[in-house]
Ligand binder design. Sequence first.
Ligand code: SPV
Ligand code: MG
Length: 584
Amino acid sequence: MRTIRGRESLQGLATRRTAPYSLPIMTATTATTRLQELLKRPEPALVLGAHDALSAKLAQEAGFDAIWASGFGISATNAMPDANILTMSETLEAVRRMSAAVRIPVIADCDNGFGNAINVMRTVAEYEHAGVAGICIEDNIFPKRCSFYAGVQRELVPIDEHARKIQAAKATRQNTDFVIIARTEAFIAGWGKHEALCRAHAYAEAGADAILIHSKAATFDEELKDFAASWDRPCPLVSVPTTYADITAHDLAAAGFQLVIFANQTLRAAVTGMRSALATLKQEGRPAAVDEQIVTLPEIYDLVGVPDLQANEKKFLVPGGHDVTAIIIAAGFEEDLLPLIEDRPKAMLEIKGKTILERQIQALNECGVKDIVVVRGYHKEQINLPNIRYYDNDRFRETGELASLFLAETEMTGRFLFLYSDILLDPSILEKLLKSQADISIVVDRAWNDHEPGQAEVRTKQPDLVVTHQPPKTGYRYLPTAEPTTLAQIGQHITQQDADGEFIGLAMFSASGAQVLRTTYQELQTISVARRFHEASSLETAAFTDMLQELINREHDIACVDIYKGWLEIDTFEDYRRAWAKIH
Ligand code: SPV
Ligand code: MG
């Protein structure tokens, strides 16, 4: 007696996910070879009927050896009877999608080959090209009727005609491993064992790789047991235990069947599942009522390959704002702005009906950045806009920007933007920054010193100046290079003569850039808490620019995204007045 072993062999192939839009890892050639192996190995193969790409994937996930692309199922999903009503091309399209979705072999149910031997030739060429591992052709006339429909006309083609179809199929296949299964409906048509054996012999002699002997008897013993006992050819047998459903694959294997096809249970399970959930939903009128009966959305995401989609988006799409977190540092108190900021932080100063923070959020949103974090401090109670995550620096008077930023350290796991809360900017600047591929990028205004003679704007606060490795040519006109420039030095001590531009208070870190930043900060905390830190008296009071300088010193590249004006900062009453004049 044969035993069913070897399920492990398919597990390696049946990984849960295939990348969307990619060809399956198993090429058509390996699929055909695999199916040939399944026909030859000592233990039988379990083949599951599927009707579309998703059910094929579920078959693979469940651990079946191969898929039966069921004509009954494909017709049913089009709400059509299984009677050659769908065209060859319609069926082929469904099969092509199934075959692209899985790595296990797909056997396409090709009914009667969609016509005579000449039609069979095209059928074989098309299905082989679609990547299936094999096809099955039955000896029903065209148009066929499903084997189980009662009270419908049933007629088989003559033996010789079907044998020639098998020969035509074999003559057409390109790959000699491509499996041709010949199916006889002799029992279905009520012609008994003698006719069934005659037909099976003829088809085996015509070169079939396997014989599917179909039966709609209520038990295996009625027809197939005797047939199988009489079968004396090396050509393997295939069964579809739909009506004699009590038999186990085990027993079928013992009787000599090599392939066992559970042809329509997938489709029927789907209908039962849908009916039951829909009845509950209709009755209750509330989606939660069916929660217990349906899979979760993340399970569907996983099945259709959303994790791969996400990975590929990261790899191949121009980065946008959708997967970036913006961290706005709005904790500080600046005396220069009193009495304007007596009762509110600077970010909440209003300019023509909208606060600075609201304007920043608007610019971020316009660029697709919806995930926003604000670090509050001075008059924190005044900042309570919706859809923002808040962190509070209650020691804002003794600590600096860097300390504020690191209160939101848990937000720095992926790509993130760093923003001062006092800058107003044109969204095109953010767009340009978001396209940067560098791990650490800062925005540098190259036009920072372009004042017309005599009209220099008064600045009380020292700007954050930068020196870059590739300074722009001096002069009135300037065309940026295609390659991003890199930062050599940053801080308020840089003289105007040495500076190549001004840091505008906007930076971006990739996931690995963020990792570098966090690790560096953690290291610094252990070694230099009280010591001077670049331009700051200690790490605790450090500015963001001090950290940038530290990263430069540690030989991390910082890319400069060049801009030419297009932004404003509010550091003084004069800045605020100017913003009122310039903003519409
Ligand atoms: C199919 O699934 O389409 C088959 C098997 O041909 S059966 O429906 O049992 O005939
Ligand atoms: Mg069929």
